[in-house]
Structure formats: structure tokens, C-alpha cells
Design a protein around this ligand. Structure first.
Ligand code: FAD
Length: 297
């Protein structure tokens, strides 16, 4: 690890040897060498321009789609702070900071009678995470309503605005390199009726509560749905509903959600993911592709 003295003097300071498991949905993973929560874009740019050569950096949102390994993450983990948490709109263009929670964007839209982003109410991540994952639900995803996204290059500190075709979106996928940290999005919204939007959001939340283990320590869908098929059906058909390794288990309620049920380690969870992949392949000939990002040592 770099000595503390080598890190540039930023407005927000750093935290060292941080237990990341406390702030990830799975509640798994080891210690992060350095946690940096930039106060605003200037702070982030200053850090990126002045960090020591070769220092490894990665960005996380609220950790609702990641599995951090037991030995943690070397180098610096960047988590965007309060200065990136905002929403405002003009006409049909909504501007949101990348640390804003998807749910809060949906609520902002409801309060301002703006429709089109109701689906965000069911996704527990940030807008930055949604831009990185092309998060979506109920036939919508963030790329479909994205006008442009502002991002900063982790290597150089250069700031650029990208249009969706430059980001190269597909299903839970983007082509743009992981060196770009999204800092802001402009999203298309329509004028709508507040009561209709409210009812839709409540419907989404109710449906989720009854079909997904949203109160458990999970990271949502473990695997992407293969073209024309459902990952959960393939897992179920392979007889893996409720299957366990150590404290990690396949949810009884929704087979594509894996749960830290009983003091699992990240290793239990990664083993579960690998064994489920192998067994589903042996049963159906389909090799599932993880949606969850596995990071760290
Ligand atoms: C109960 C539950 C339900 C879920 N339902 C859905 C669903 O319906 N649809 C869906 O799509 N997902 C769903 N998810 C998964 C997850 O919420 C989304 O993928 C979400 O977009 C991740 O956002 P995050 O802020 O938590 O990102 P993280 O999990 O912290 O990070 C995910 C990836 O995004 C990258 N990233 C994060 N922030 C940035 C940034 N600012 N710039 C660049 N890269 C960044 C990280 O490096 C990492 O690779 C669900 C998860 C849970 C726990």
C-alpha cells in the first residue's frame, strides 16, 4: 500500500483500512486500503490528476451489485459523496448527480409529475451504478432514457460528455471502459400525472416485496438472463433452489438471488456462484454469465 504521505491533499480527506462489508448489500468482503469520498467534481479531478503513478483505483456506488472478496481491495476505492447527490429538471430534461439513489430519482419525478423513470423505484443502487450496469426493469433500462452522461477519466482527470451510442449499451452491459467514472446524467422524462406515477411506483415496490428477498443480504440477480430464457428457471430446473455452500445460499423465494444467510464468507458466495454455473451447464447446456461484479483479492 502507498504511504499516506504520497496521496494528494484533497478537501474531503481519506479513510484507511475500511471494512467494506458494512456498506455493501451482501455484507461480505474484506478491508479496503483507502476509501476516498470526493466532496465534489473539483476534489475528484484534483485527486485523479495528482495521485501517484500506478496507484490502483476503482469506483463503487452503494455496492448493490458487487461481491468483494474476503481479502478486500488494494489501492483506493472512490465513492462519490454528497456533492454528487442532486436532481433538477427543465422541461423534459432531468439532471441527476451520480451518487443520487435511483429510488430518490423516482421520488423526485413523482413529486414533480414527471413520468418515464418509475422503474428506478425498484433498483437499490445509485445513478452512477445504473449508468455502469445499464440497470433496468420492467422492459426499461437507463440507456433508453439517457440523453447524455458526464464522466471523468480515472487515469487523466479529463472530463467528457458521452451520448448513449458512444457508451455502447447492451443488456446489463456497456462498451465504454471502466476507467470512466460517471458523475452526472441527463435523462429524458415526460410530463405525467402524479397519482398515476405514484400508483405505478407503489405497484413496483409491492411486486418486488412479494417476489424478491429484498430484506436479505443479497446483490440482486446473480446472473444475466440468457437470450429468451430466465436464469432463475434454469437454476430451479437444475434442482438448486435453496442450495447452500457454507453460509451462502440460493434464495428459496427467487432462485437468481443469492443470499448471505448465515455468516457466509465471500469465498462461500463465489464458490456457490461457480458451482451453480457448472450444474446449470451440466443440466441444460447453458453457461450462465454473472451480472454481479466480483472484485478484490
Ligand atoms: C434487492 C436488489 C434488487 C435489484 N434489482 C435490480 C433490477 O431490477 N435491475 C437491475 O438492473 N439491477 C438490480 N439490482 C442490482 C443493482 O442494484 C444495480 O446493478 C445497480 O445499478 C448497482 O448500483 P450501485 O450504485 O449499487 O453500484 P455498485 O454495486 O456499487 O457497483 C456496480 C458496478 O458499477 C460500477 N460503478 C458504480 N458507480 C459508478 C460510477 N459512478 N461510475 C462508473 N462506474 C460505477 C462499479 O465499479 C461496479 O462495477 C438489484 C440489487 C438488489 C440488491
Amino acid at each position: 500500500m502507498r504511504t499516506k504521505l504520497e496521496l494528494p491533499k484533497v478537501k474531503s480527506g481519506y479513510r484507511f483500512d475500511v471494512d467494506i462489508s458494512k456498506t455493501c448489500w451482501f455484507r461480505l468482503g474484506g478491508t479496503v486500503d483507502v476509501l476516498f469520498k470526493p466532496q465534489d467534481l473539483d476534489d475528484l479531478q484534483y485527486f485523479l490528476r495528482n495521485k501517484p503513478n500506478g496507484l490502483s483505483c476503482m469506483v463503487l456506488g452503494v455496492g448493490s451489485n458487487i461481491l468483494v472478496r474476503d481479502r478486500g481491495i488494494r489501492g483506493v476505492v472512490i465513492r462519490l459523496g454528497r456533492g454528487f447527490n442532486y436532481a433538477h429538471h427543465e422541461g423534459q430534461e432531468l439532471t441527476v448527480g451520480a451518487s443520487t439513489l435511483d429510488l430518490n430519482v423516482a421520488m423526485y419525478c413523482m413529486e414533480n409529475s414527471l413520468s418515464g423513470l418509475e422503474f428506478l423505484a425498484g433498483i437499490p443502487g445509485t445513478i452512477g451504478g445504473a449508468l455502469a450496469m445499464n440497470a433496468g426493469a420492467y422492459g426499461s433500462d437507463i440507456s433508453k432514457c439517457l440523453i447524455s452522461a458526464k464522466a471523468i477519466d480515472m487515469n487523466s482527470g479529463e472530463i467528457r460528455t458521452f451520448h448513449p451510442d458512444e457508451i455502447g449499451y447492451g443488456y446489463r452491459h456497456k462498451r465504454l471502459g471502466n476507467n470512466w467514472i460517471f458523475v452526472e446524467a441527463k435523462l429524458h422524462v415526460n410530463a405525467g400525472e402524479q397519482q398515476v406515477i405514484k400508483t405505478e411506483i407503489e405497484g413496483i415496490q409491492q411486486a418486488r416485496g412479494s417476489t424478491q428477498p429484498i430484506k436479505s443480504r443479497t446483490s440482486g440477480s446473480t446472473f444475466k438472463n440468457p437470450e429468451g430464457q430466465s436464469a432463475w428457471r434454469l437454476i430451479d430446473a437444475a434442482g438448486l433452489r435453496g442450495f447452500r455452500i457454507g453460509g451462502a445460499m440460493v434464495s428459496d423465494q427467487h432462485c437468481n438471488f443469492f443470499i448471505n444467510d448465515n455468516n457466509a464468507t465471500a469465498e462461500d458466495m463465489e464458490n456457490l456462484i461457480n458451482i451453480v454455473r457448472q450444474r446449470v451447464f451440466a443440466h441444460s447446456g447453458v453457461m450462465l454469465q454473472p451480472e454481479i461484479k466480483i472484485v478484490g483479492d
